[in-house]
Design a protein. Structure first.
Length: 258
């Protein structure tokens, strides 16, 4: 498979979705509630439809696995699949908070090989191909080199739907917020992972994420020299129930508090 061609196609799909989202941001939206899975807007649905059309036109042989189709029961993750979150940070988007992104990953035989995360309100596009590094608008990325926990800027997310998971997350948060410089909760996991790859965040942890949240972003972290594992410390796969992504020097500190 030509991963460079796949990257160009994913970038073209991001361009189209970015236009849809930018045009509608801050305006009236048709919104539905998916219960514990959050909100969905017309921008999510139209973005995913457009992304699928563009990806399928160039790569008709590759199945499509997107958040909105999966919610309606039409999608399933295959060993080789496009893995797409058309609008990560939907609640932010609906409420007018300009922190959201488009995430497109390509999994080939069970491994994520290419990813794009486009951040329309910031004019940022993160890209990675396995073995070739991670980039922000063409600039190579490297994870943080900070070694002191007291200087670390961390990130996480919370899932209110499962109270047991939420309580565990809050327990971890209470430990880390006391010892680090600060902890942020932006509400868009794909972007959080990219910010780890960029060296802005020293680490990110969260449970109950979905493959479309983490496919592209986890590749960014690895390609920027970072570590990605589960809460139990095993090598992370996009179907796992928990994720820690960090610089190598911060990973032991984060794992010890989880």
């Amino acid at each position: 498979m030509d991963l460079n061609l796949a990257l160009k196609t994913a970038q073209k799909a991001c361009d189209a979705a970015r236009e849809i989202q930018t045009r509608r941001f801050g305006g009236p939206l048709t919104v539905s509630d998916k219960g514990f899975d959050g909100l969905v807007s017309e921008a999510d649905v139209l973005s995913e439809k457009t992304i699928k059309e563009i990806l399928s036109a160039d790569f008709p042989e590759i199945p499509f696995y997107g958040e909105e189709e999966t919610f309606t029961g039409r999608g399933s993750l295959r060993a080789t699949s496009w893995v797409v979150d058309p609008l990560d940070g939907t609640t932010n988007y609906i409420y007018g908070l300009p922190i959201y992104c488009i995430s497109i990953g390509l999994q080939v035989e069970g491994r994520v090989m290419m990813g794009v995360v486009d951040v329309p309100p910031l004019g940022r596009q993160y890209t990675a191909i396995k073995g070739e590094g991670a980039f922000l608008n063409g600039r190579r990325l490297k994870v943080s080199t900070r070694t002191q926990v007291a200087d670390a800027l961390l990130a996480t997310g919370f899932h209110p739907g499962d109270k047991k998971i939420l309580q565990h997350q809050l327990q971890i948060f209470s430990k880390l917020v006391e010892e680090s410089r600060a902890v942020r909760r932006a509400g868009a996991a794909a972007l959080d992972l990219c910010l780890v790859a960029e060296g802005v965040f020293d680490a990110f942890w969260e449970a109950h994420l979905k493959p479309w949240d983490v496919a592209a972003g986890s590749l960014m972290v690895r390609e920027a020299g970072g570590s990605v594992c589960t809460y139990e410390g095993k090598d992370f796969h996009i179907e796992d129930a928990s994720v820690i992504a960090s610089s190598p020097q911060m990973m032991p500190f984060i794992r010890a508090r989880i």
